[in-house]
Structures are given as C-alpha cells and as structure tokens.
Write a protein that binds this ligand. Structure first.
Ligand code: NAD
Ligand code: UGA
Length: 463
C-alpha cells in the first residue's frame, strides 16, 4: 500500500470527526477526505450554511474545502470502499446498562462501524481509532476484521487531544500527534502512512509513535490528569473558603513553579464536557477489572471531587439566599460546559439547574450559543419531566439583562467573555434587593460588583 494514493474516509461527523477532517482537508489538498455518518440530519447540516457544531474558525475551513477535497455524505459503504485510510470517530459514551454500567465505555457504535468496514471493504485498509476507547479495543477490532477474512487490514490508535472552543487552533498546532500500532512490519508501514498525512503540517518531532496499548492508555491518562488538576484546585477552593485564602492567588503562586505550570488551575463550579468524566470512569473500570482497586479508587476521587464541587456551589447559593430559593427568580448565565462552544454535554449548569428546580426556584437561563431545544432536552433528561412541566420553573431569555430582570441572584456557570463586559450597574438596578451574584467561574470583578451593591460569592474566595 506504500506509495499508493491516500484517500480518507471518516466514520462519525461529530465534534471530533468534523474539525479533524476539515483540518486534514485544508492541509492536504491532494487528499480526498469524505466524512460519513448514519445521521442524515447531521450530514445535511454539515452541507448547509449553518454547521451542526459551533467552533471558532471551523466555518472558514469547511467553506474553503467543502466540495473541493472535503465531502460529507450518508453513503457510509461507498465512503468505506473508496478509502485507503478509515478514521473511526464515533461516540463512545459511558454504558447505561449491563456489565460495567455507569463506568465502562459503550463500544456499540464502534463495533457497528468496525463490522460495517468488515462487511463492505473490498481492498486492504488502515483503520484508525480516533474515538477514545479502552485499552485493547484495537485488538478487538482486529479480531472482528480478521474473522471476516480481512487479514491484511491494520488497526492503529490515533487519539485526538483537541479541546472544544479551541479545536481549530489545537489541530493547527498540536502539542503532539500520537500514533500507536502493532509491532509488525505491516504495523510499521501503516504507522508511516498515517504519519505522512500529519507530516503535511506537524513537525516530525511532534509525531510520536508507540505500541497500540500505550497510545490507547495515554489518551485516558491525559484526560484523567487534566481533570485531576481541576479537581485538585477545586479541592483547594474549599480550603480557601474555610480559611480566608484566595484560590486564584494560590493557583498563581503554585503555578509559577515551572514543574507545575499555570494551565488547568482555574477553580470553577466543576468540570463538564463529554469526555473527562466518561474517560476517568472508563479508566476506573479498567483498573477494577485488572484487580487494581486502590488505583481505581484514586482516580475515582477526581470525579467524586467534581460532584462535591457542584453540590458545594448549589449549597452556597441556597444558604446565601437566606436558606430558601423557593419562588425566587435566579438568572443562570451560561449553559454550555465551557465558553466558545454550544456543547452542553455534562455541563455543570445542568446539575445546578436541576438542583435549583428541586428547591422550586424560578430559573431564567441565558447562553449566547446553546440552542433552546438543547436546554429543554438536557433538563428533561436530567429531571425526567416533560418540557411543559419544566417551563413552570424555567424560562430561556435572550440576554443577560432579560434574564436578570427581577432576579434575586445572578449565577455564572459558563465563562463566556461577554459576561465580563455587561453593564452590571444597569443589571443591578432591575434586580430584587439585596442582589446576589454567585460567580462559578471567577471571571467578574468582585471589587466593582461590591461597589455597585451586589452581595458577591466567588469560588475559593473570602466572602
Ligand atoms: P459526537 O457524538 O459529536 O459524534 C459522533 C458521530 O458518530 C455522531 O454524529 C453519530 O451519528 C456518528 N455515528 C455513531 N455510530 C456511527 C456508525 N456506526 N456509523 C456512522 N456514524 C456513526 O462525538 P464526538 O464528541 O465527536 O466524540 C467522538 C469520539 O472522540 C469519542 O470517543 C470521544 O471520547 C472522542 N473525543 C472527543 C473530543 C471532543 O472534544 N468532543 C475530543 C477528543 C476525543
Ligand atoms: C478536554 C481536553 O482538554 C482535551 O485535550 C481532550 O481531547 C478532550 O477533553 C476530550 O477528550 O474530549 P474539553 O472537554 O473540550 O477538552 O475542554 P477543556 O478545556 O479540557 O475543559 C473541560 C472542562 O474543565 C470544562 O468544563 C472547563 O470549564 C473545565 N476547566 C478547565 C476548569 O474548570 N478549570 C480549568 O482550569 C480548566
């Protein structure tokens, strides 16, 4: 296969498949990149003016490459047949039922994709794991392919490290590209072929080649370490609140040690996103199944600490508002799990909202990017209530001002830049008094808010 023309197919047109393939198409104009998905609606959106995901810089790249060497289609089988390299970037959520429910990764979508490849591919392929998967998944996929007589297929692990909101920049300047493959001659050839794609724009020294298990494990470990830093600083925020220390000052002092570094030390209401919790629980499950119960427990605490942080934040709101929020209007600023994305998966805002609903608060939500339908969907999922029942407690507003009208409190749950430039004097005037502000992201100027008259609570800061 070496020297042969490269044609790429990516199965899964989601937050990973879309941006990663758009970047490859941009950087490798001679390679045809086809993204396939079983969701006709998603493909239709990728082919429209309004892409299914919001990601800064993505629109420009898609518009530049679409129809040139970047294609979105529902024709999964055709895409598979025509490709030489097939990326699989399907979702791998936490299992909801059966063995390992609540911890293990659900590989149903992955296996379906692999079986489809086994069924329709009629020439040898390099199959690339782009999704985050447990260790040994490549081995399982190889078995599926080999059992179907596809013995000359290679399966590589090439986990993705992009973060939402900065995906295009992360793809343009990756810290590293990791490729794991079998320790055979065919494996080495396949790794070389895939690295040729990235070598179009990634310096060679940043393309790391490992065995397949190291690669699969590295992805889970990277996410666990990142989340662990957030949980560590959030644990410190609890100490700060109890002691009078300021978590941002502590993070700055600690982060200036170059061995520790500044990144991922921003205390918050808790981490969200589709992957941190899922991947840690996946690692926990792996450890348990290998009999490493203490190691499992060690990593599990990263998630438990995150749950505790969300609960501490909600308790602070309730206690701050004189121990009752019943019937009080609370403006929830931000519903996405972080700024610069419309993604709400595992967003801390969902849990905060659910808990406030349990206390019978009236909640007015404003988020600059999240679709209203998504908010209703998330709240229905978490509460088990119909939208019409949720609407008794929740309103979705079109601006901070509108959400704040007659509110007893503002609650910042996402660190959107636009929240920093709001005229809080005007906001204060239209709120019930005393007007409270709970900053779950420590993005607002406390001194200024105090001078306006707000009673302000931030994470890990003295009251
Ligand atoms: P997603 O849900 O946004 O997209 C997955 C897509 O795969 C969906 O559009 C779905 O319809 C499609 N799909 C599922 N089964 C299919 C099949 N058999 N054939 C064709 N299409 C199929 O998921 P995502 O956020 O892009 O994540 C994908 C994987 O990448 C996950 O394993 C995740 O852990 C990992 N990951 C995600 C991120 C991120 O920022 N979201 C970053 C790094 C890694
Ligand atoms: C994360 C990783 O950063 C990516 O490398 C990885 O590829 C991706 O998961 C994945 O596997 O899905 P992402 O979840 O998109 O990316 O976003 P992050 O920037 O990591 O933020 C995750 C959560 O942690 C957000 O809720 C964010 O607000 C929170 N966070 C982050 C903090 O509370 N404090 C921080 O200092 C950093």
């Amino acid at each position: 296969m070496n020297g042969e023309e490269i044609k790429i197919c990516c199965i899964g047109a989601g937050y990973v498949g879309g941006p990663t393939m758009a970047k490859i198409a941009e950087k490798c104009p001679e390679i045809v990149v086809t993204i396939v998905d079983i969701s006709a609606a998603r493909i239709e959106q990728w082919n429209s003016d309004v892409l299914p995901i919001y990601e800064p810089g993505l629109d420009d790249v898609v518009k530049k490459c679409r129809g040139r060497n970047l294609f979105f289609t529902e024709e999964v089988d055709k895409g598979i047949r025509e490709a030489t390299i097939i990326f699989v970037a399907v979702n791998t959520p936490t299992k909801k039922i059966g063995i390992g429910a609540g911890r293990a990764a659900d590989l149903t979508y992955w296996e379906l994709a692999a079986r489809r490849i086994a069924a329709v591919a009629d020439t040898p392929k390099i199959v690339v794991e782009k999704s985050t998967v447990p260790i040994k998944t490549a081995e399982a996929i190889s078995s599926v392919l080999h059992a179907a007589g596809r013995t000359s297929f290679s399966v590589l692990s090439n986990p993705e490290f992009l973060a939402e909101g900065t995906a295009m920049d992360d793809l343009e300047h990756p810290d590293r590209v990791l490729i794991g493959g079998p320790l055979t001659e065919a494996g080495a050839t396949a790794i070389e072929r895939l690295s040729q794609v990235y070598a179009h724009w990634v310096p060679q020294e940043r393309i790391i080649k490992t065995n397949v298990w190291s690669s699969e494990l590295s992805k889970l470990v990277a996410n666990s370490f990142l989340a662990q830093r957030v949980s560590s600083i959030n644990a410190v925020s609890a100490i700060c609140e109890a002691s009078g220390a300021d978590v941002d000052e502590v993070a700055r002092a600690v982060g200036m040690d170059t061995r520790i570094g500044h990144k991922f030390l921003k205390a918050s209401v808790g981490f969200g996103g589709s992957c941190f919790q899922k991947d840690i629980l996946n690692l926990v499950y792996l450890c348990q199944s290998m009999g490493l119960s203490e190691v499992a427990e060690y990593f599990h605490w990263v998630v438990k600490m995150n749950d505790l942080q969300k609960e501490r934040f909600v308790s602070r709101i309730i206690h701050g508002l004189f121990n009752t929020v019943t019937g009080k209007r609370i403006a929830l600023l931000g519903f996405a799990f972080k700024k610069d994305t419309g993604d709400t998966r595992e967003s801390a805002a969902i849990e905060v909202c659910q808990r406030l609903m349990q206390e019978r608060a009236e909640i007015a939500i404003y988020d600059p990017k999240v679709e209203h339908e998504q908010i209703w969907y998330d709240l229905s999922e978490v509460t088990g209530l119909e939208q019409s029942q949720i609407e008794k407690y929740v309103k979705i507003e079109g601006s901070v001002q509108a959400a704040a009208k007659d509110a007893h409190a503002l609650v910042v749950t996402t660190e959107w830049d636009e929240f920093k430039t709001v005229d809080y004097r005007k906001v204060y005037q239209q709120m019930s008094k005393p007007a409270f502000l709970f900053d779950g992201r420590n993005i607002l100027d406390r001194e200024e808010l105090h001078s306006i008259g707000f009673v302000t609570y931030s994470i890990g800061k003295p009251l």
